[in-house]
Design a protein around this ligand. Structure first.
Ligand SMILES: CCCCCCCC/C=C\CCCCCCCC(=O)N[C@@H](CO)[C@H](O)/C=C/CCCCCCCCCCCCC
Ligand SMILES: [Ca+2]
Ligand SMILES: [Zn+2]
Length: 264
């Protein structure tokens, strides 16, 4: 019986052919494309440094966990081991749980949490522990369940945008959805249409997924920070800026904080 650490002991095998470019890395491009997460985290911390100075814990936590997601995902694609698969999936689950417990808008807390973030934190923690235990039952289903969380984020974004008339925020949300749509299309293509990609000798859609989902997070995080400042930091007004500058065709959004009384 193969060990849970052994190469190719995972329940899933992505479309890219194994051990083609290296004798020790099973899926070469799927492994190296995780570099996106190592670039994403410092970019988020650097660009949103003003928010970080006022409220350091959430962004430091989430950025640190995103690095861990990148590391575990690299290990998974390098070995295609059962342990690698679970580490990859569980690190995503816990990153989402931490992001939700810090940033989920209070207005949407379930009634029984009494609008209290500490209660909501416990609720998220208990749900995540139960989900962690359930994830060992049928690991193949975990990735599908995790992808469904994006639909909840889309629903929340739609609700928030209805209340917001800042054109920049709408534009940023539209770009985030575009990157996510391209990402999920690549993920599904790799899973379901592998026979086609192998026939044309282009089985690389899962590595595109890594880059595209990191790009969508580069837009998602400032959006979440923008709403966090509007709701939870009433002495500041959030402002969306673009790096390197507004006039560039491709830009990265970030949030700065204005003190409203200093404006007048
Ligand atoms: C108020 C809530 C704020 C939420 C902030 C978002 C925090 C995001 C946290 C983690 C997402 C990391 C996803 C990276 C996955 C990389 C590893 C990977 O590719 N794993 C695959 C196997 O190698 C595995 O099959 C993938 C599983 C699916 C993961 C789905 C994650 C959903 C992420 C939602 C991102 C939303 C972006 C925009 C939404 C419209
Ligand atoms: Ca493969
Ligand atoms: Zn992957």
């Amino acid at each position: 019986m193969p060990s849970i650490f052994s190469y190719e002991s995972a329940e899933v095998d992505w479309c890219e052919s194994n051990f083609v470019r290296s004798a020790v890395i099973a899926e070469y491009y799927n492994t190296i494309s995780n570099v996106s997460f190592f670039l994403l985290s410092p970019a988020l911390l650097y660009l949103n440094r003003q928010y970080c100075q006022k409220k350091a814990v959430p962004l430091y936590f989430v950025s640190g966990l995103l690095i861990l997601v990148g590391l575990f995902s690299m290990y998974f694609h390098m070995t295609l081991s059962y342990v690698g698969q679970l580490l990859d999936e569980l690190s995503i689950l816990w990153t989402l749980a931490v992001a939700y417990s810090f940033w989920y808008p209070q207005a949407y807390f379930p009634n029984f949490s009494g609008g209290n973030r500490r209660h909501f934190f416990w609720l998220t923690g208990i749900t995540t522990v139960i989900s962690t235990l359930m994830s060992f039952v049928k690991p193949t289903l975990n990735a599908y369940a995790l992808n469904c969380i994006a639909f909840h984020l889309l629903y929340l974004t739609r609700k928030e945008l209805k209340k917001c008339n800042d054109k920049r925020v709408h534009r940023m949300a539209a770009v985030m959805v575009m990157w996510w749509a391209l990402a999920i299309t690549s993920w599904i293509s790799d899973r379901w249409l592998c026979w086609l990609w192998q026939a044309i000798n282009f089985p690389y859609f899962h590595s595109f997924w890594h880059v595209l989902i990191a790009l969508s997070l580069l837009y998602c995080c400032p959006l979440v920070i923008y709403f966090d400042v509007s709701y939870e930091m009433p002495s500041f007004k959030p402002k969306l800026e673009y790096w390197p500058s507004d006039s560039w065709p491709v830009v990265v959004p970030y949030v700065t904080l204005e003190e409203p009384h200093k404006q007048c």
